[in-house]
Design a protein around this ligand. Structure first.
Ligand SMILES: [Zn+2]
Ligand SMILES: [Zn+2]
Length: 327
């Protein structure tokens, strides 16, 4: 390891090699983890809603998940189930089963939510083009699912199957959380705007690599999942967020990267979209410590650091999700 590993670029490259979760902003490492649980002036702990977690995430146990969420200081967690495992075209013959991370299906999220009412809530999901998918999702919506997601399947975003999902979301007045990965999950991002206009009453929540890369007007190479270049406002995602029914979920390395890649644009971005941005963690570590590469904790720190003011910080960490999910 050369001394150059201390440079920002090499730090990133080194950490990227460790995998998607193994990414920490060096400047954030020095902050202590007690920052996760700030106390307001009147002595209350400030509540946080995490809209994006999973059961059995890379085989993490329920007990470890619960401990992780409590260590992060989360008041309410929304569990996003996978579809049921199936060797099928839209799971790339099993590759995408368990959302590509061994994540549990509806039954698992629902069961955990029943054990901790109010602290853990659940979404509903299924492989969209599987026969019976709508019946399966509807069953869990009737049981109280707060949203449909995480929709991460090998389908076109404007396919008939996805449009059935959007119609169901409309019927139950719940948002749909979509994972966008170029040429892989929810394909044809450039055609999504049509869906946003067609299903005006549906709240769409965007997340993942292609979503966050496209805050930049100059995002050209969709195989560059975590661009580090300067952000020029006006990218497709930036424009989509101007629609009243489009929201952004910061969870995962992609959301973190959108805040970290260059901080010049962040205050402007957070100000313009302050009512539409949501905190999610989507990390599978067990400790919730920044030094253990906990994305959720790193996200909490960078949002608190870069939010233009306390009001916007509270909207992103709590108020926006409370309003959107009617909690
Ligand atoms: Zn996820
Ligand atoms: Zn974590």
């Amino acid at each position: 390891m050369s001394d150059q590993t201390l440079s920002r670029r090499n730090f990133l490259i080194q950490n990227v090699k460790l995998g998607a979760g193994a990414f920490i902003a060096p400047s954030l490492l020095t902050q202590n983890n007690f920052a996760n649980k700030p106390v307001s002036k009147n002595g209350d702990t400030e509540p946080i809603i995490d809209i994006h977690q999973h059961t059995n995430y890379n085989k993490r146990s329920d007990d470890d998940l619960i401990a992780h969420q409590r260590a992060m200081g989360i008041s309410i967690t929304i569990l996003q189930p996978a579809g049921h495992p199936k060797e099928y075209g839209s799971t790339y013959y099993g590759m995408a089963n368990g959302l590509q991370a061994d994540i549990g299906p509806n039954e698992a999220a629902y069961a955990l939510a029943q054990r901790f009412p109010g602290e853990f809530l659940f979404a509903a999901n299924e492989i969209p083009d599987l026969p019976g998918a709508i019946t399966e999702i509807e069953k869990y919506l009737q049981l109280g699912a707060k949203m449909i997601g995480e929709s991460k399947f090998g389908v076109e975003c404007d396919s008939l199957a996805m449009q059935e999902i959007y119609k169901l979301a409309d019927k139950y007045d719940v948002p749909v959380l979509m994972h966008w990965l170029y040429n892989t999950y929810n394909r044809n991002f450039e055609r999504f705007e049509k869906m946003v206009k067609k299903y005006k009453r549906v709240n769409f929540i965007g997340h993942a690599q292609t979503w966050w890369a496209h805050i930049d007007k100059n995002q050209k190479d969709d195989n560059n999942w975590y661009p580090m270049t300067k952000v020029t406002p006006g990218g497709l995602t930036d424009r989509l967020l101007d629609y009243p029914n489009v929201w952004g979920d910061f969870s995962g390395r992609s959301g973190f990267n959108s805040l970290y890649r260059n901080t010049d644009h962040v205050q402007n971005f957070l100000t313009r979209h302050q009512d539409k941005l949501l905190f999610g963690s989507d990390c599978w570590d067990r400790t919730a410590k920044a030094e253990d590469n906990c994305i959720g904790t790193n996200l909490l720190q960078i949002i608190r650091k870069l939010a233009p003011n306390k009001t916007i910080e509270r909207k992103i960490l709590y108020e926006n999700a409370k309003k959107l999910l009617k909690l």
